[in-house]
Design a protein around this ligand. Structure first.
Ligand SMILES: Nc1ncnc2c1ncn2[C@@H]1O[C@H](COP(=O)(O)OP(=O)(O)OP(=O)(O)O)[C@@H](O)[C@H]1O
Ligand SMILES: [Mg+2]
Length: 234
């Protein structure tokens, strides 16, 4: 569904991405793993249209969307949950969710849709009228995911959803990712924790200083001796 082809991009004179190619097919959970500063978030900004490319292209269902501005991409079905979540703390949980249904196609269905996400995340129903800023970190991550689901995306992009969460909450977030995939949403999951990411993903890409250095099925990656050495310490 999405294909990134030979993308080079960066910020002004700073080159961050070097000839990056990656794809996510319908129904897949794909992970992109790399350490701090590797360029993961930058690649997501390319997909969301937030920074221009120096060269390369982004295809959505084989259509070139490289020139489509960022604000029009959610309407295509691309939902991007930014690193740090982007929750508005002084609005209620419900208001945050309703804001997620801002696309033309999602707005008329937002009341049905909110029931759907409340069923997925019962804690959000309980807290619907509280300020989002009063939620715990894990609950805020759930809210961020739920808000993105409000617009019925085809592709959900999560930028380090486990960041700053306790291990038990991280597990919960990963379970939610599993649930979402059974609803037919494809997922691109950015993570630093390779083991955890591969436990939910079908395939993965390992990213180092702006380049994809290894790719393969989750099983292939787990069996790869270089990965074992670098990421698993065995
Ligand atoms: N808005 C920006 N302006 C200038 N340089 C930036 C900007 N955002 C990121 N960079 C630089 O681009 C490089 C890649 O950053 P990026 O945020 O994509 O990495 P990352 O893999 O997401 O890291 P992390 O795991 O820490 O989130 C870094 O050298 C960073 O300093
Ligand atoms: Mg990042």
């Amino acid at each position: 569904m999405i294909k990134i082809k030979n993308v080079n991009a960066g910020y002004g004179d700073l080159k961050v991405l070097f000839d990056v190619s990656l794809e996510v097919n319908e129904g897949e959970v794909v992970t992109l793993v790399g350490s701090n500063g590797a360029g993961k978030t930058t690649l997501l900004r390319v997909i969301s249209g937030l920074i221009p490319l120096t060269s390369g292209e982004v295809l959505w269902y084989d259509k070139d969307i490289t020139k489509i501005p960022a604000y029009k991409r959610p309407e295509l079905g691309i939902a991007h949950i930014p690193q740090g979540r982007g929750i508005l703390g002084t609005l209620t949980v419900k208001e945050n969710l309703l804001m997620g249904a801002y696309t033309k196609s999602a707005r008329p269905k937002r009341n049905e849709r909110i029931e759907y996400v409340f069923d997925l995340f019962p804690i959000l129903r309980e807290r619907a009228n509280l300020m989002a800023g009063t939620l715990s970190g894990g609950q805020q991550q759930m809210l961020a995911i739920a808000r993105a689901l409000m617009m019925e995306p085809k592709l959900l992009i999560l930028d380090e959803p486990s960041l700053g969460l306790a291990p038990i909450i991280v597990e919960e977030v990963f379970e939610i990712i599993q649930n979402i995939r059974t609803e037919g949403v494809s997922i691109l999951l950015i993570e630093q924790n390779l083991l955890q990411a591969l436990s939910v993903a079908d395939r993965g890409y390992v990213f180092e200083t702006g380049q994809i250095v290894i790719k393969g099925s989750s099983k292939e990656l787990l069996d790869n001796p270089d990965i074992k050495k670098a990421y698993l310490g065995i």
